[in-house]
Design a protein around this ligand. Structure first.
Ligand code: SF4
Length: 284
């Protein structure tokens, strides 16, 4: 690992306290399921990104550590548990992500809506970012999530167009852009639309520039760009560790293409500084 990829672990006792609270509430976090490198820092500061709809995904993206298989039906108690965990952590801004549920007729949209409602009931002034799947390209579940008026709607393209079949074989670049464009046409005024991608999978700078242009054209104002890290030997290898100065160039590339915020750095992940970014954009 290059020097710039040394992970900050955070104070073990604080990390443990958050982990125990989350376990006690019976909720899943993408921080643990996806082996996020920022987990020590986030848990230490008492924050986490929740993962709804269980912990088993119907897809098998080649970069992702989340387990795949046949998931259980959505748990009707899960929204209340998430709201309880968020309240106990004292969160004022909550990020909800999910496993992809191609097995459900609504793709899991109903569980998103129920979780948003449970959070608002428990923490009335809460800000909420949702990071959804592509719903198989079905716009009806997308619209129902957007009718619940999240503060931020996020859907990741994950990688450049050429690498999609290798990196996320059950997804599709154009389908993801279609979801983002449809979000633009259906969001409440003021809702921020966001996307993200990983680098270090073998993409070229020209392909990154093209992707940032496509994301901006689809209606996003925020993008996150981070280094791909291989979760296990069964996953795709890292093609290259991108140095910090190239991440700074990607930020300029994105801003030049009309994005309002480009969070770009080796450890940037979808929910990186999500609350701060939403607050900045709401106030600008
Ligand atoms: S759809 Fe999401 S959770 Fe499922 S394997 Fe792909 S990245 Fe992981």
């Amino acid at each position: 690992m290059p020097a710039w990829l040394r992970v900050k672990t955070g104070k073990a006792s604080l990390t443990r306290k958050t982990r125990e609270l989350l376990r006690g509430c019976g909720v899943c976090t993408v921080c643990e399921e996806a082996h996020c490198p920022n987990i020590g820092e986030c848990y230490c500061s008492g924050t986490a990104t929740f993962m709804i709809l269980g912990e088993t995904c119907t897809r098998d993206c080649r970069f992702c550590a989340v387990k795949h298989g046949q998931p259980a039906p959505p748990d009707p108690e899960e929204p209340a548990r998430i709201a309880d965990a968020a309240a106990r952590l004292g969160l004022e801004f909550v990020v909800l992500t999910c496993v992809t549920r191609d097995d459900l007729p609504d793709g899991g949209a109903g569980q998103f809506v129920a979780t948003i409602e449970a959070l608002r009931e428990r923490i009335p002034a809460v800000g909420i970012e949702v990071l959804t799947s592509d719903f198989g390209g079905d716009l009806s579940p997308l619209r129902s999530v957007l009718r619940a008026e999240p503060t931020v709607y996020n859907h990741n393209v994950e990688t450049v167009r050429r690498l999609q079949p290798i990196v996320r074989p059950q997804a599709d670049y154009e389908r993801s852009l279609g979801i983002l464009r449809a979000a633009r046409g259906n969001v409440a005024p003021g809702t921020i639309i966001k996307s993200g991608l990983m680098v270090g999978l073998g993409e070229t700078p020209e392909e990154i520039a093209e992707t940032l242009g496509d994301i901006a054209e689809a209606g996003c104002s925020v993008v996150t760009i981070g280094q791909y890290l291989r979760p296990s030997p069964e996953h795709l290898p890292v093609a290259r560790y991108i140095p910090p100065e190239e991440f700074a160039e990607f930020e300029q590339m994105g801003l030049a293409r009309g994005l309002r915020r480009v969070l770009s750095g080796p450890f940037v992940r979808s929910s990186y500084h999500a609350a701060e970014t939403a607050a900045e954009l709401a106030g600008s």
